[in-house]
Design a binder for this molecule. Structure first.
Ligand code: 5GP
Length: 205
């Protein structure tokens, strides 16, 4: 693969570990980081927006774009129920322009990405204790008992793959997990940003 001007950052971790909260904070604090919006065939959850949280596609649209070679990687997650994939258009032009692009994808997707971009920075977010995932998924209340059981089964398998990542971060506490990832990114060459003013709830002012 040719030398890239930008950098690819991959964040993974089992469902319920808190990746979305971590990512939201990283994106708010580090304007240099650009999220890649994945495509999926899973239906939107309440509050999710097309083109913001995901590109929500029908299975037919997904298949068509897959056949046309529009995905850098894609796979079926959770009992082969729904497709998820990273679009070339979300990543390649931005990397070429020198951006830092962050992907939040599963382990299988990460391994495919590493074949094409071996210099990607890979970070695996782990729970502080095994029950954390089930507690978070139950608290979230978005999954049926069957879907939750599938997610927990996949989570158990994913935890065994954590050693494939360059960095592992335990999410015992949002602040410390975010700080650890910022340090990893700064060490990888991300320009340090000035601290953001925050409200007491932790949201940028
Ligand atoms: P959720 O349905 O909770 O939004 O995401 C489910 C899982 O799909 C997460 O573990 C997430 O990392 C993974 N995922 C999201 N987008 C992609 C993608 O583009 N490619 C792959 N391989 N996995 C993805």
């Amino acid at each position: 693969m040719a030398l890239l001007a930008g950098k690819l950052v991959v964040i993974s971790g089992p469902s319920g570990v808190g990746k979305t909260s971590i990512l939201r904070r990283l994106l708010a604090d580090l304007p240099e980081l650009i999220p890649s919006i994945s495509a999926t065939t899973r239906p939107p959850r309440a509050g999710e927006r097309d083109g913001v949280d995901y590109h929500f596609l029908t299975t037919e649209e997904f298949e068509k774009r897959r056949s046309a070679g529009e995905f850098l990687e894609c796979c079926r997650v959770y009992g082969r129920q729904h497709w998820y994939g990273t679009l070339v258009a979300e990543v390649a032009p931005r990397l070429a322009a020198g951006a830092w692009v962050v992907l939040e994808i599963d382990v299988e997707g990460t391994l495919s990405i590493l074949k094409r971009y071996p210099e990607a920075v890979t970070i695996f977010v782990e729970p502080s204790h095994p029950d954390q995932l089930e507690e978070r998924l139950t608290g979230r209340g978005t999954e049926s008992p069957e879907a939750m059981a599938r997610r927990l089964e996949v989570a158990r398998r994913e935890l065994h793959e954590a050693h494939r990542y360059q960095h592992r971060v335990v999410n015992e506490n949002l602040e410390t997990a975010v700080a650890s990832i910022k340090r990893i990114l700064t060490d990888a060459g991300l320009p340090a940003s000035p601290p953001q003013p925050r409200t007491p709830s932790g949201v940028p002012a």
